[in-house]
Design a protein around this ligand. Structure first.
Ligand code: SF4
Length: 499
């Protein structure tokens, strides 16, 4: 531990995608490893912005937020402000030109340097900026501080070899770098030993995993290898690319009991002409074919997606194609985006940018259709038993006296604990029958104790231990399965490694 920090406090403000959320867990872990302690929002000694360059107006929002910190910084020169992530990688010294009160700027490839940069800036009394062009250490090899005791992200690759014309990721995160399977599996085993029962494998294109070490079947093998980890109850992944989606992945999903029946696969557009302009090498029929084969193999799979409305040159006919594919796909949910210019991407300078009011009108039509589809899909769940991994997710839980969690197919479920039944802890698993459906959540209100089942899990024990540690109460004795060895096991799945 670095004692020079004298227990300075920190907070990390995260923008953007899951990759950033995961990086922020690493940033917190790195800072705590260096002796920092978590601070109160708004009054910490160090404020770290983990930025995103993909979302609309990301730069305006960042500079607005930095501007709001200027009076604080003037009042308290000991406050340090650090800016990292995709926008820092892209804007580099522009950040210091626009906000000279920022102390540290670091990129996506060197998040491990943050404590050293903070110290350098403090010592030299001037801003420290360090952006490197290629990955120094795989983020998952850095210390981490996880938000959840029962679920964790596991990064399997970073970067992307595609060149979608709307996307800034390849130029900021670089070419795909794959982590070795043994390292990934060892991390998962360590997480499971710590109480985690759900993991999500994370990468820009999870299903091209293996391209770097020359094993085309590596992603399916990784899913099957996850199936052999004792104590790991739920495996998810995000996101696969439709162009690279192969049947061995569908088979592995269907045949590996702990791989959950959910699939998030970005459509982006249903128009083949627009997909070509986006430089996405699949076409709508291929996308729908994958969905059919997934549903044939895993009938209860819930499929979610990302869609962009108003890409340059999108006509009404193109948009209707998106509506058609969305309807045929029966998405359980979709993240929809209105196209907006991202400087530095090929699409930014394309002719025929679609006027804002047309984009808005199409967007509203698409949302209405998606909501209707999602609601119908959820209504089909009424009367079905669902297994819910209990989380702290429901914003209205205190008001409704319900608890919340995710079903195996990743639907948000709000449920009541019947009178006389034991309440679960976050990380425990309940089984309930769905009684009501809304477009984006399910309700399960058991009429009696008999309709409700609860299983205490190691993840719930881990939550108890974390709670006890935070208020210095001795943790209760563990229940359920015994803790696994931390020693990485050799996987019996054979990956083909180039070197
Ligand atoms: S696949 Fe396309 S959208 Fe996804 S990260 Fe790569 S370039 Fe960006």
């Amino acid at each position: 531990m670095n004692t020079n920090t004298l227990q300075r406090s920190y907070e990390v403000r995260t923008y953007g995608c899951q990759m950033n959320v995961h990086d922020s867990e690493r940033l917190a872990g790195i800072l705590e490893d260096a002796g920092y302690v978590v601070g109160e929002a708004g009054s910490s000694d160090v404020i770290v912005f983990n930025t995103c360059a993909v979302r609309e107006n990301a730069d305006n929002k960042l500079y607005g937020n930095l501007g709001m910190l200027l009076p604080k910084k003037t009042e308290n020169p000991n406050l340090q402000i650090a800016v990292g992530g995709c926008l820092a990688q892209k804007d580099r010294d522009t950040i210091l030109k626009k906000a000279p009160w920022v102390d540290v700027v670091f990129g996506t490839h060197n998040i491990g340097s943050l404590p050293a940069l903070l110290e350098r800036a403090r010592h030299n009394e001037q801003a420290a900026i360090e952006i490197v062009e290629s990955l120094e250490t795989f983020p998952s090899n850095l210390p981490t501080k996880r938000d959840s005791t029962y679920a964790a992200w596991v990064s399997i690759s970073v970067g992307c070899n595609n060149t979608c014309t709307f996307c800034i990721v390849p130029s900021l995160r670089g070419k795909e770098r794959d982590r070795r399977p043994g390292e990934i599996l060892a991390e998962i085993e360590a997480l499971v030993a710590d109480g985690v029962i759900e993991i999500t494998l994370l990468g820009q294109n999870v299903n091209t995993y293996g391209v770097e070490f020359g094993d085309k079947g590596a992603f399916a093998k990784l899913l099957r290898a996850c199936g052999l980890i004792d104590g790991l109850e739920r495996v998810r992944f995000t996101s696969p690319h439709p162009a690279a989606f192969t049947d061995d992945v569908i088979e592995a999903m269907a045949e590996t009991p702990n791989v959950m029946p959910s699939l998030h696969m970005p459509l982006q557009s249903g128009s083949d002409r627009i997909l070509k302009e986006m430089r996405r090498s699949y076409r709508s029929e291929k996308f729908l074919g994958i969905i059919d084969r997934v549903r044939d193999a895993i009938p209860d799979a819930a499929i979610t997606t990302d869609i962009i409305v108003g890409f340059p040159g999108e006509t009404e006919e193109d948009f209707l194609e998106t509506m058609r594919v969305a309807e045929s796909s029966r998405f359980a949910a979709a993240y929809t985006f209105q196209y907006s210019i991202r400087p530095g991407t090929p699409a930014a300078t394309m002719p025929n940018q679609v006027p804002k009011e047309i984009v808005q009108e199409r967007f509203e039509r698409l949302i209405a259709s998606l909501n209707h589809i999602a609601w119908k899909e959820n209504e089909a769940m009424i009367g079905k038993r669902v297994e819910v991994l209990v989380a702290n997710e429901g914003r209205k839980d205190a008001a409704t006296l319900r608890m919340s969690g995710r079903s195996r197919c990743n639907r948000l479920v709000h449920f009541t604990v019947p009178q006389g039944a034991a309440a679960p802890r976050p990380g425990d698993i309940v089984e309930v029958t769905v009684t009501e459906a809304a477009p984006y959540h399910l309700i399960a209100d058991p009429a009696s104790v008999e309709e409700y089942a609860m299983r205490r899990t190691r993840a719930g024990d881990a939550w108890d231990r974390a709670e006890a540690a935070s208020c210095s109460v001795p943790p209760p004795a563990p229940s359920g399965k015994k803790v696994l060895s931390l020693t990485p096991k050799t996987t019996p799945i054979d990956f083909e490694l180039d070197d």
